[in-house]
Write a protein that binds this ligand. Sequence first.
Ligand SMILES: [Zn+2]
Length: 167
Amino acid sequence: MSFKKRKLLFRQMTNILLGIIILSVGYICFTIVYDLRIHFNNRSVLHNISETNKECADRFELFIADIEKETSWKVDIISGLRSKEAQIQLKRDNPRNASVDKSRHVLGRAVDLNLYKREGFQFIRLKKSNSKSSWLATKVPEIAKKYGLLWGGTYKNYHDPVHFEVN
Ligand SMILES: [Zn+2]
């Protein structure tokens, strides 16, 4: 191989390596920002709940910390305290949702959460549409029991595995 060709090859290899490094650093920065955004959102949801129901907010905080310590999943709280108006609208959108007098969200006694984790470059998220068995496999319903929380995955007529409430 001529010197010129070798130099060109070397430059190409360096460029590829640089590309991989830039992509990896970019991905890592993205995941840090993503996690931070969710972390601060969780804190603000818990703070809102604590203004209505401090005891429940404290319990949810311990529950979430325990999930992130004991499992490989991270928690994204998708709903906490709800206004009566918001609950009425939810009921209007889907009659299977709880009515205002029944919803624990209005009282600050419930949270809805998604779980997520990364495996390599794969991003996995557990939502309401995921099966009861997938949720059970995360051990989160088991941890909920420790904190005396009722899990929406146990409802007979309504599949609501994202829902955890203080009875
Ligand atoms: Zn709920």
